[in-house]
Ligand binder design. Structure first.
Ligand code: ATP
Ligand code: MG
Length: 384
């Protein structure tokens, strides 16, 4: 039987509603490991997952995708004897060396006061045992690269090499949001970040066949699947926007094309959000990254909507966004060469600081309501 200890992150800071967050965390983890035979247990204020050896890969994969924990560590359970505990510590220390660690610290907790050594005594003996048995590790009590933790309860538990968790808050604890997901680098990262704040996600992708290709559409489905591993599923709405784009292209002055298109996307996303119980919209906008994302143009694009719009990338530079995309596995899909933005909508001289009233007037003059309704009615749903 293998045990894993879950390390709480931000959840530990919660007060009265901590129980509610923990309940959601547990339900989420249970659904991620369904079918493996693994069980989630809560003992003495800590979460453990226990499973058979052949379920380890799936359980570890679930833990790596679980929002709401700072990390997790495989735990050795041993007899409550000094010899057994020291041997387990030495074994963990060898693993730390294999992971490239150079410094460590032992931490011990003893809730069973009948155990003959106190916490300090355990730390001293275990530290000495590791130093004697393992080459290449030294003690650093202030800034260790790794901890070996010992807990003496009904049994003795020893855990070392901790893995980083996805952090944040459990998915669903904040309700549900609608992600505007293009095939680009930014919006998948934005969705992941809001998932990490506890949002369950739906996503909407505006497709403009034949101006945008089937490969671009497939790319968005693949991105949705990657995000959905963290968000326990994701409902993707694929909306055909060809008619809307053609109307805008035919009737609006060229510098205004992108801003007006973004306004239409927002309005449409909000309509689907209401239907699906999503109480916020999420975009991958980053201030001044492109012409449509200046402060003034953002004011124009949001002028058709009432739901709060979350833009977690607004203050990030591209490098930071890319590094998150690489970490979560969306970047390599995002950079596949199929553009999501149709060529119709890349005016050479876009307006940089649109006036909101003018934007609203121009938008209303397009009379898009019927086209938007039709686009929503004919949208396709993919469960990712
Ligand atoms: P991304 O990398 O996310 O595509 P971007 O830097 O290319 O972003 P824009 O193309 O200006 O920026 O889009 C701004 C935001 O509008 C995107 O982050 C996304 O949330 C939304 N968006 C753009 N195009 C689409 C689309 N075809 N379908 C759904 N949402 C879109
Ligand atoms: Mg884009």
């Amino acid at each position: 039987m293998t045990s894993y200890l879950l390390k709480p992150g931000e959840l530990a800071l919660k007060g009265e509603n901590r129980k509610m967050f923990e309940y959601i965390l547990k339900q989420n983890l249970k659904s991620m490991i369904r079918g493996t035979g693994a069980v989630v247990e809560r003992t003495h204020g800590r979460f453990f997952v226990r499973c058979d050896g052949d379920a380890e890969v799936r359980v570890e994969d679930a833990l790596a995708h679980l929002f709401g924990i700072a990390g997790w560590a495989k735990t050795q359970t041993c007899e409550k004897t000094v010899d057994a505990i020291l041997a387990a510590c030495v074994e963990e220390a060898k693993l730390l060396v294999l992971h490239g660690m150079r410094t460590f610290k032992i931490e011990a907790r003893r809730t069973d006061k009948s155990f003959p050594l106190d916490s300090y005594g355990i730390m001293r003996l275990a530290g000495a045992a590791v130093l004697e048995a393992v080459d290449g590790l030294c003690v650093d009590v202030h800034h260790p690269q790794a901890f070996i933790e010992v807990e003496i309860r009904e049994k003795a538990y020893v855990f070392g090499a901790a893995h980083d968790g996805a952090r944040g808050l459990p998915v669903g604890s904040a309700g549900k949001g609608m992600l505007l997901l293009s095939g680009g680098i930014d919006s998948p990262v934005a969705g992941w970040l809001m998932g990490s704040r506890g949002l369950r996600l739906d996503a909407v992708y505006f497709h403009a066949y034949p101006y945008t290709s089937d490969e671009a559409r497939q790319k968005v489905i693949t991105l949705s699947k990657i995000i959905s591993r963290y968000t326990l599923g994701l409902m993707l709405h694929i909306v055909s926007f060809t008619g809307v784009e053609q109307r805008i292209k035919a009737h609006a002055p060229e510098p205004w094309l992108t801003v007006l298109l973004r306004m239409a996307m927002m309005e449409c996303a909000e309509a689907i959000a209401w239907k699906r119980g999503c109480k916020s919209l999420i975009t991958g906008e980053s201030l001044s990254q492109v012409a449509s994302q200046t402060m003034e143009n953002i004011a124009c694009t949001q002028s058709r909507t009432r739901l709060p719009i979350f833009r977690p990338l607004i203050g990030m530079d591209k490098e930071r966004i890319v590094s998150i995309g690489e970490k979560i596995g969306t970047y390599e899909i995002s950079i596949l060469p199929y553009e999501d933005c149709c060529v119709l909508f890349s005016p050479p001289h876009p307006i940089l600081r649109g006036d909101v009233d003018e934007a609203k007037q121009r938008y209303e003059a397009l009379e898009l309501s019927a086209l938007l309704e039709e686009a929503i009615a004919t949208s396709e749903i993919q469960c990712c």
